[in-house]
Design a protein. Sequence first.
Length: 433
Amino acid sequence: MTTLMMILGIVIFVVGLLVSIAWHELGHLSTAKLFGIRVPQYMVGFGPTLWSRKKGDTEYGVKAIPLGGYIRMIGMFPPGADGKIEARSTSPFRSMVEDARAAAFEELKPGDETRLFYTRKPWKRVIVMFAGPFMNLILAVGLFLTVLMGFGVTQQTNVVSSVSACVIQASANRDDCKSSDPESPAKAAGLQAKDKIVSFNGITTDKWNTLSDEIRESAGKTVPIVVERGGEQRTLTAKIATNQVAKKDSNGQITDGYVNAGFLGFTAATGVVRQDFGDSVSWMTDRVGDAVDSIVALPSKIPALWDAAFGDGPREQDSPMGVVGAARVGGEIFTMDIPATQQLAMALMLVAGFNLSLFLFNMLPLLPLDGGHIAGALWESLRRNVARVLRRPDPGPFDVAKLMPVAYVVAGIFVCFTLLVLVADVVNPVKIT
């Protein structure tokens, strides 16, 4: 049964991956057609074609390797200075440029002169290239909102799980009370397990972070605490102690270090809590920040990733993870001993996170990524506008093809990194348990 559930989780992730890729390419396709650019191919996957059908100008299909997708637009790069594809050169860099230029024109048909990508205004090209990553962002936001507001997420609640018998500093790393430890305010006030704290010091809230902050800010104060117990509300009174507790960041998450703050002395129970729209937006904003930080930190993680793949190093939980690793995590989710609704919610979160990463990664201003083409179009617009202001001749389209040697280097680095992550995912995978 466990193996079957593992396979089910992997299949669900792969389907989510294919939908995400198709959705991304649909953004490019729809806007390209909107602006009259001819698109000969729309493909999901790479390698041998499993299925295809031609409708109008475009061949739609699915390929064997579900690791990406693409659309082909004619005229991605402008012709050479003489208006034609320049003659091949013995220079390997020139060959790269002209190979890219030739590919952009290889399916040119009579009448296509007005349907070339490079002939469109820069702002239209920006929209076409941005539309793909933007579709991933839309899908990520939609899935995040579905989980946060529909299913809810597991988090600490205002329900009491257990009451501390005494006041112990967080850095002490012990649970047993000594005779010298003072009694905890929660125990002295009569707080019990399963009590739900309805209000604290006159402030009504059902959010754990709000309650936690209020407790921390009430050191030395005697405060009323309204709890719900057995369907009835009772008012308790507690004198909040000052204690060394774990530090929290601006998002309410526990972080390294300790601070002296108010201490009541109970452990909050965890539960599945639906978020409102405002909390969901705040949560997603934090995740975008985390994802940006992760992309910036990628180069610094390569040594540890190499050691995990080819040495005896551990695989860190925040280690970069590829499609194979993510599929494995998707499988593990469905073997966890949690309700089926939460398994599905975690799987949707995984696909949503994948789409968020696709958006941010593709927006990097590097060829062959979408962000590289966007940067080229913006640069062309800038220099044309500057020429217009200075009353100089129009410099014409910016020849992105000349950046293909750099694109090949970038692509090579990406391929090497992908292979390293693949090896690590196979021999030393990230595990969620």
